[in-house]
Design a binder for this molecule. Sequence first.
Ligand code: SF4
Length: 408
Amino acid sequence: MDLLNTLVEKGLRRETPTREEALAVLATSDDELLDVVAAAGKVRRAWFGRRVKLNYLVNLKSGLCPEDCSYCSQRLGSTSGILKYTWLKPEQAAAAAGAGVAGGAKRVCLVASGRGPTDRDVERVSQTIAAIKEEHQDVEICACLGLLSDGQAERLKDAGANAYNHNLNTSEATYGDITTTHTYADRVSTVRQAQAAGMSACSGLIAGMGESDEDLVDVVFSLRELDPDSVPVNFLIPIEGTPLAGDWNLTPQRCLRILAMVRFVCPDVEVRLAGGREIHLRTLQPLALNLANSIFLGDYLTTEGQAGKDDLAMIADAGFEVEGTDTTTLPAHRADAAAAGCGGHGGEGGGCGPCGDAAPADAVPGEAVPARAAAGATVAAPAGTRESHADLVAVRRRGAGTDLPPNA
Ligand code: SF4
């Protein structure tokens, strides 16, 4: 296909595809799917070889959030029956992080529910970072605490945070359909604050919330402009007790097309296969390793992932290798820019929650579809028409906040 040859050449040159090319990837047929994966796989291997970076989530504070993100089981009014607990002590968080590191993780993601941290919360997280780094000097720490106030990004950086996650989640046009308590602009602002403070920015999306192809391309192009170093791609986990619990719109094939499109638009960025991979890609998970160069090991924030040992077996069986701490994840041009303190962001400096724990599904039958979809944009499938795999969704009952060992 001329399209795929063009996209590979652009990916190898770090050149942005056109919107039409990105949309065309999402519109490819199932007959073309393996060609799409192979083409995007060339770009992935050019920048990241066959390495897979493992990341480990530690939910520092679970549930009881005053925000109303529709996809999130920790939201205001959620009846999801998830674990609810306040801040873990630094030593508790360090123990959970240690399990992830022992399982092969080189980055630990410290996540807390809430709109954003107080200065006292930043101090707690700083103590937690110190406790983890005392045991594991080489581990990368990513903080994910929600919207930041002035000075907080700098304090986290000074405390040893290497990265900050705050996801854009969906297009600016549909943002108000999924969350009303904060804005898309708030999220962009926090990513920029993290970049300005010299932290590596992590910002991604959630697919499967009833968005159109145009919305997906919009958010991925916005991410390219924002230029984070890592882009987690979440597939909505439709958790019972959230407004999107009935939204089963994704197929394994669509998930692969979305990942391929993200790889073509963000060729040299750490693309992370995040929440929802087990329930939406199912037996096609290994194919996604040709597109993403990073995954979460083990469990998510409020739901359980597949066993950590199965993650490792999948990586080995598919012919990939776990990235060690002696290897720099990012290509040299990007890593050098970060080390120079400019981050490659032209002088500009992601939310909490769905860092690996997206809970959305396509719109419930009979409910209004998002405005953009209703306006005639291309939609993957009529809302809620895909087969439910709710039996594959398990609320997390082990690890942080429990007496049971974590899955890593
Ligand atoms: S995503 Fe974050 S801000 Fe939104 S409801 Fe969940 S925990 Fe709260």
